[in-house]
Design a protein around this ligand. Structure first.
Ligand SMILES: Cc1ncc(COP(=O)(O)O)c(C=O)c1O
Length: 374
């Protein structure tokens, strides 16, 4: 076979040279090849530990034979159901191929070269490549010591070219959430030319009385709120998330989005999940919170200092070298956690809350590794 030709570098946009692509957690198939037959406990991607709701599994099966047809391009039925559930006009809701895709579309629709997005850091990665791929300026702002966003510093960082100010709460990878009152103060303080984006990917894990972005949208505040079916609803594999915001949001995104972004199976599964959420969500949330807290207690008993978390994971700062050593030692024992260098926290490990058995395996592996001096 003749050598395959290489793509000429000059054909690629120079702005992309400095963009670090998102590096996802290692897939199960790669881990199986690496680790052979030992059981694998994957606590690296903040997925839900339980299968989709029974009604969602049925909806997925029912959809199988219909996949010769294109999906509903506007996810109208789901927008209507979400609008009804949250008391928000469905015209203000956009469904996407995961929140990740919505982040990218928002950046494509809003940021020109030289425009700016400000956000807390360490935090969720996707906003950075989304900004930089536009040739726009990505400005990170340090977090408060408890791992939550420093909202005063964030508001102060917004300048004349800032178009988007992102708040991730609970924050990934640190797990802390801002208070509702601080959030409202931030919205008041932000200059009017800046669009606030509140990423509530872990909203369902927040304790009662925490912030609720949909209440702010209902109250007429100008902001975008992101939610996902990937975490609490257990639909990460189908890729479906949504956002609500100012009127005109869907229109602004339409030139940059693909017509059939969100597949029909995902739409049906999300719709079925929504209908059963009141019954199915609370026991799962309770179970995940219980394992998160048991994991944090177990790590504390080993002498580590996890940050307080209001999400489905815990973050522990151990120092750069030890983070790498613990990651290796845990991986060798089949327990996969997430080193957080790419999130801006090079000395950290983020560990997803799983089932009780997964917590036991994580704590046993951590105990063994630390017993060997790691
Ligand atoms: C804060 C935050 N936002 C967005 C996402 C992406 O969610 P989705 O699976 O809907 O793309 C994640 C996923 O880990 C996240 O942690």
């Amino acid at each position: 076979m003749p050598d395959a030709p290489s793509l000429a570098p000059a054909l690629v946009r120079p702005a992309l040279a400095s963009v670090q692509a998102y590096v996802p957690g290692r897939p199960l198939s790669a881990l199986r090849r690496e680790l052979g037959e030992i059981p694998i406990t994957r606590l690296a991607s903040n997925e839900g530990p339980y299968p989709p709701f029974p009604a969602a599994v049925r909806a997925i099966a029912d959809q199988a034979a219909l996949q010769n047809l294109y999906p509903d391009p506007g996810a109208w039925a789901l927008c209507d159901a979400l609008g009804e559930e949250h008391g928000v006009d469905p015209d203000r809701i956009v469904v996407g191929n995961g929140v990740d895709s919505l982040i990218r579309l928002l950046c494509m629709a809003m940021l020109d070269p030289g425009d700016e997005l400000v956000m807390g850091w360490p935090s969720f990665i996707s906003y950075r490549p989304g900004t930089m791929a536009q040739g726009a300026i990505w400005t990170p702002v340090g977090l408060a010591p408890d791992g939550t966003y420093d909202l005063q510093a964030l508001a102060a960082a917004a300048g004349p070219r800032t178009k988007i100010a992102v708040v991730v709460s609970p924050n990934n990878p640190t797990g802390g959430a801002v208070s509702g009152r601080d959030l409202e103060g931030f919205l008041d303080a932000l200059p009017p030319h800046v669009l606030p984006v509140l990423d509530e990917a872990y909203f369902e894990f927040l304790p009662a009385g925490s912030h609720d972005g949909m209440a702010l949208v209902r109250a007429g505040r100008s902001l975008v709120v992101m939610r996902t079916f990937s975490k609490a609803f257990g639909l990460a594999g189908l890729r479906i998330g949504w956002m609500a915001g100012p009127r005109g949001l869907a229109r602004a995104l339409s030139p940059v989005r693909n017509a059939f972004d969100v597949n029909a199976v995902a739409q049906a599964a999300a719709l079925a999940s929504l209908a059963d959420a009141a019954v199915e969500l609370p026991p799962r949330i309770q179970a995940v919170r219980a394992e998160r807290d048991r994991m944090a207690d177990g790590l504390r008993a080993l002498g580590l200092e996890p940050l307080p978390s209001q999400a489905n994971f815990v973050f522990v700062e151990v120092g750069e070298e030890r983070a790498a050593a613990l990651d290796r030692a845990l991986t060798a024992r089949g327990v996969i956690v997430r080193p957080t260098a790419a999130f801006g926290a090079p000395g950290g490990l983020r560990i997803t809350a799983g089932t009780p058995e997964q917590t036991d395996r994580l704590l046993a592996a951590m105990h063994e590794a630390m017993g060997e001096g790691v």
